[in-house]
Design a protein. Structure first.
Length: 260
């Protein structure tokens, strides 16, 4: 039975689009609350410097970014994903003061898309399917994670970012197939008490460090978070299985990356 989406590269990117939408809305609400408060001493302080966001360099890209066996990764597909990845990377670089190497990022995005295509092909070859219930499970997860009430709201948010409903549903169905493939390869995964305890100890240590520098928060008991810890361990093990599968699939695949 399909339990939880592993959310691989392409799907994580789609989630990040929605997260960005939610973040923008949250910022607007915060600014609105600030502006309705008392007058601040802006004139007494120097205005904060606004960091100028760089632009994604999409010049000179080939029409076909990569070929994976008989499938093509087109420039249009690449540009959609690269632009989102670039925006996220640029924001992180601004926070750290580092310079973003777009050539390296393009290579990384292209290789990730190749990996995803390999998993999709393997799922199709093994006859993996996606049921309506499984697809609805993923959609409901997305609604909950992004604070949306209906599938229509989700589609609207995605369309505003340039993703059509047809493309979205295709990605969900492909993702379910890939997750079923990985679950099948992984077999039954039952986290041991030792693994759960080790992860809990790590969580407690991290929270205690945060409490020293920020407002102190209560640390839940092991039993309160056991189910979440077990899910995290299973997902980590499935991720390792996926990486092993990708490595094996690459050995037998005919791959041409036109970016490098």
């Amino acid at each position: 039975m399909y339990k939880k989406s592993l959310l691989s590269i392409a799907f994580l990117i789609m989630l990040s689009i929605l997260a960005a939408c939610g973040g923008d809305e949250a910022d607007e609400n915060e600014n609105a609350e600030t502006n309705t408060g008392e007058q601040t001493n802006e004139q007494a302080n120097e205005p904060a410097e606004e960091l100028e966001m760089p632009e994604a360099d999409l010049e000179g890209l080939p029409d076909v970014i990569a070929e994976v066996n008989e499938a093509e990764i087109t420039r249009e597909q690449f540009e959609t994903i690269y632009t989102i990845q670039f925006q996220q990377a640029a924001m992180q670089m601004q926070m750290t003061g580092q310079e973003l190497n777009q050539d390296e990022l393009k290579q990384q995005v292209a290789e990730n898309m190749i990996d995803q295509q390999l998993l999709i092909q393997a799922a199709d070859e093994q006859g993996m399917e996606s049921s309506e219930d499984e697809v609805n499970t993923v959609i409901n997860e997305l609604l909950a994670q992004n604070g949306l009430e209906s599938k229509e709201d989700l589609i609207t948010a995605l369309e505003e970012q340039g993703t059509t409903e047809e493309d979205f549903m295709q990605q969900v169905e492909e993702q379910v197939k890939v997750d079923n493939l990985i679950a099948n390869e992984s077999g039954e995964l039952e986290p041991s008490d030792e693994e759960v305890q080790a992860l809990y100890d790590q969580m407690v240590e991290q929270q205690e460090q945060l409490n020293q520098s920020e407002e102190e928060q209560d640390i839940p008991s092991l039993e309160e978070v056991r189910a979440d810890l077990e899910d995290q361990i299973v997902l980590q093990k499935q991720s390792e299985v996926a990486l092993d599968m990708i490595s094996q699939l690459r050995e037998d695949a005919d791959i041409t990356n036109h970016l490098g």
